[in-house]
Unconditional design. Structure first.
Length: 435
């Protein structure tokens, strides 16, 4: 294991985008976990590190988290990366498809140098090995003077290949309803994929993505020719002080074109029987998942049916928490809770099996999770949704929605379009006709 990182407070505030462009943009391996442009709350982390030869190394970390809060933030050393959908589904016993590309299903960088940004206090901290932290902090301070190039316009329109045509997706929705009628599932998260075959600049694409659809759990993780670009609004798992929380999202409406229309759409989402039923199904599933690794009687619903609003969508969000048992590792927690119920449906194993047959291809990194896992056992992992996965031949965007017996096929198709439009737009791509 690498030596523990040492923190040095910085006496100057620097915009995270400025720092990434100045010090990390040209490195082979880098990360930017992003609270969003002009964030006034939360934390961002930017840094670099070596790629793990065996990404399963994170599974052995004991979940715990610091017993007391630190001014330098919750993450000051450990791992940054992602977990793809298929390995998690396979561990749960579901059939899976071959991803068929050069993007690793699991990828983790061992953080060697990083800067933590406290957006609430507008303070920043440099982390590096003890003998290197002073020099690293000086280079960070000097980056304040780095000019930030203007954000380039999206490239010329590129073609998009959809895994399913809209009418095919509608037919799959009816097959989901057939499975629900037969009692094989009571909710299914049906997804599809939009692929772009073109040269993709991960950094410029991410800069466009975060400007169009900012989110509290954005992220850019690069390793060689592959990258994850995310504007995720869904925090999947967080662990600290022995407590685990999950924040499932089920229920989406687009933003309105004016204040009255926007408020009406939010109110419609809050009152929707279908969306509330879909949300509570996943809350129950996550309560069951967390009960496998939490002390008896500690799993509780902290928040139910809260409306969270983002530039492109309103979301219906709940929060479930529990106190972890003493011997829980990251691997055991993931085996209990991953893939997330909000991306599978319920019952989980039956749902994943049905969806494998319906979707006709891999999800890959989409529907997985990304973020950081600290050496102290704290972690913060967001869902890989509203994201772009870049590989050596192009990129892909996944999108989908939860299907229940009361789903309206046309509305579900429209919801897929709402979710995919922002990431595709950051690539200079538009949705195929009908979406």
């Amino acid at each position: 294991m690498s030596h523990p990182l040492v923190a040095e407070p910085l006496d100057v505030w620097i915009d995270p985008e400025t720092l990434y462009l100045a010090l990390f943009a040209t490195l082979e391996h880098s990360f930017w976990l992003d609270a969003g442009p002009d964030a006034t709350t939360g934390w961002s982390w930017i840094g670099t590190g070596d790629r793990a030869d065996d990404p399963a190394v994170v599974r052995d970390v004991a979940c715990a988290g610091a017993g007391a809060s630190s001014p330098e933030g919750r993450f000051g050393g450990g791992w940054v990366g992602w977990l793809g959908y298929e390995p998690g589904a396979a561990r749960a016993g579901a059939p899976t498809a071959d991803p068929g590309d050069d993007v690793p299903s699991d990828l983790w960088l061992r953080a060697e140098r990083l800067v933590a940004f406290d957006h609430t206090a507008r303070k920043a901290y440099a982390f590096a090995c003890g003998e290197e932290v002073a020099d690293f902090a000086r280079s960070v301070r000097a980056a304040v003077r780095h000019p930030v190039p203007p954000l380039h316009a999206a490239p010329a329109p590129v073609s998009v290949l959809a895994r399913h045509e809209p009418d095919q997706y509608e037919a799959l929705i009816e097959r989901c309803r057939d499975a629900i009628r037969e009692g094989d599932a009571y909710q299914l998260c049906l997804t599809t994929r939009f692929a772009v075959e073109a040269s993709v600049d991960p950094l410029e694409s991410y800069r466009r993505l975060r400007s169009r659809t900012p989110a509290h759990h954005g992220g850019l993780i690069r390793s060689g020719s592959v990258a994850l670009l995310s504007a995720s609004p869904e925090l999947f798992l967080e662990v600290g002080d022995g407590i685990v929380r999950t924040h499932p999202i089920k229920g989406t409406r687009p933003r309105g074109t004016d204040g009255a229309t926007d408020a009406a759409l939010a109110a419609e989402l809050a009152a929707s029987e279908k969306e509330r039923a879909e949300n509570v199904m996943i809350v129950d599933l996550m309560r069951n998942d967390l009960s496998r690794v939490c002390l008896d009687g500690t799993v509780a619903v902290e928040r139910l049916f809260a409306i969270e609003s983002y530039p492109a969508v309103h979301q219906l969000v709940s929060t479930v928490s529990g106190t972890l048992e003493d011997d829980v590792t990251v691997g055991r927690l993931l085996d209990a809770a991953f893939p997330a119920g909000s991306m599978t449906g319920a019952p989980k194993l039956s749902a994943m099996t049905i969806l494998h047959d319906l979707e006709g291809g891999p999800r890959g990194v989409f529907s997985g999770c990304f973020g950081w896992i600290g050496d102290d056992g704290a972690l913060d992992l967001a869902m890989i949704i509203r994201s772009i996965v870049v590989h050596s031949h192009g990129a892909y965007v996944g999108a989908g929605g939860g299907i229940t017996w009361r789903s309206d096929a046309a509305a579900e198709v429209a919801e897929v379009g709402v979710k995919a439009r922002g990431p595709l737009g950051a690539l200079g791509a538009t949705l195929p006709p009908g979406w």
